[in-house]
Write a new protein. Structure first.
Ligand code: ATP
Length: 322
């Protein structure tokens, strides 16, 4: 059986005083989307650039699709593609010209290069814009042509570095659909993002990186479960019932409920959700009418805050200068 998609041990990259990547160990299986999540400056791009053989590690080792990124860099390059934040399509050329050029570089000849370009333009919803210069594309179209350019030859592994930074919600959804389709066709995707909802939507598993180190790993649900089972929001119909409801909830769930400025509301964080159904039945038995009884999962934002002590706010929205 083939080995892992990505395997690293103690991978390090130092820039002056900054340990941009400070000893990371990864074991990422083939297939699906692996999210690499962290705030600005966490070390995501530096790690990806080492894995994509663009820069050399200062220490540690990394294997991509069973090949060492230093000693077998050519083999790694032949199996993977990288779509960077600032991909290398030529803005003065049209979409079709760009893709045809790349197809030729990969050995497609004449009509075959044009056919491959047209297939990709069609697949990425760019057929109507095929003969327009890329510099006249919208942000979403630009990102789609970037991804298309990295798929002229189907890679086994695609590194997508912040593919939706600066895009509006509609364009982001379009890019997400493209990523899902790729994965359905068997490509392994390593997705770096500073958007928690993006990792939540797309990633099968997530590695959280902060200050050059991996600080947590797991599925989105596992990461959320690691900070508790969520928050129970209860709202009674009659404010006179609130104290009775609070006593019942505390008895059944074993946690204290807080009141809020809303005189009918009660809220508590739960470590364990096993008593929730019983608590609801007990409120009904006591004839307490409810306007709301809702258990919310913690958000990845809460997870990030709890792991790092700081929020994962993207510091610098939009497209930074290269
Ligand atoms: P972003 O989300 O902003 O792209 P990131 O997680 O990709 O952030 P990196 O770009 O890997 O983070 O940067 C990690 C750290 O290394 C930062 O402190 C950055 O300033 C520093 N760094 C990255 N590249 C270089 C470089 N070529 N020279 C000097 N410092 C660098």
């Amino acid at each position: 059986m083939a080995g892992l998609a990505i395997e690293t041990e103690g991978l390090v990259k130092v820039y002056g005083d900054t340990r941009a990547v400070d000893g990371i160990d990864l074991a990422i299986p083939r297939g699906g989307v692996h999210g690499f999540l962290g705030p600005n400056g966490a070390g995501k791009t530096t790690a990806i650039r080492m894995l994509a053989t663009l820069i050399l590690p200062d220490a540690g080792r990394a294997r991509v699709l069973d090949h060492d990124v230093v000693r077998e860099a050519d083999a790694v390059r032949s199996l993977m593609s990288l779509t960077g934040q600032f991909a290398s399509v030529d803005e003065d050329l049209t979409g079709r010209e760009n893709l045809r050029l790349i197809a030729r570089l990969y050995g497609y000849r004449g009509a075959a290069a044009t056919r491959r370009a047209d297939q990709l333009l069609e697949a990425f919803g760019l057929a109507d814009a095929a003969d327009r210069q890329v510099k006249k594309y919208s942000g979403g179209m630009r990102r789609r042509i970037d991804i298309a350019a990295s798929l002229v030859v189907s890679p086994e592994l695609l590194f997508l570095d912040e593919p939706t930074t600066g895009l509006d919600p509609r364009a982001r959804n379009e890019v997400w659909d493209i990523i899902r389709a790729l994965v359905n066709h068997g490509t392994t995707v390593m997705l770096t993002t500073q958007y928690l909802d993006e990792a939540d939507q797309l990633a099968d598993r997530i590695s959280v990186i902060d200050r050059g180190r991996i600080i947590a790993e797991g599925t989105s649900s596992e990461l959320k479960a690691s900070v508790g089972s969520g928050t129970l929001h209860v709202r009674v119909m009659r404010r006179d019932d609130r104290d009775a409801a609070r006593a019942i909830l505390t008895r059944e769930l074993g946690v204290g409920f807080d009141t809020t400025h809303d005189p009918q509301a009660l809220v508590a964080g739960l470590d364990d959700r096993s008593g929730v159904t019983r608590a609801l039945t007990a409120l009904e038995d006591a004839r307490i009418d409810l306007a709301q009884f809702a258990l919310g999962q913690p958000t990845l934002d809460e997870v990030f805050l709890s792991l790092t002590g700081h929020a994962a706010e993207p510091g610098d929205e939009g497209e930074a200068a290269a």
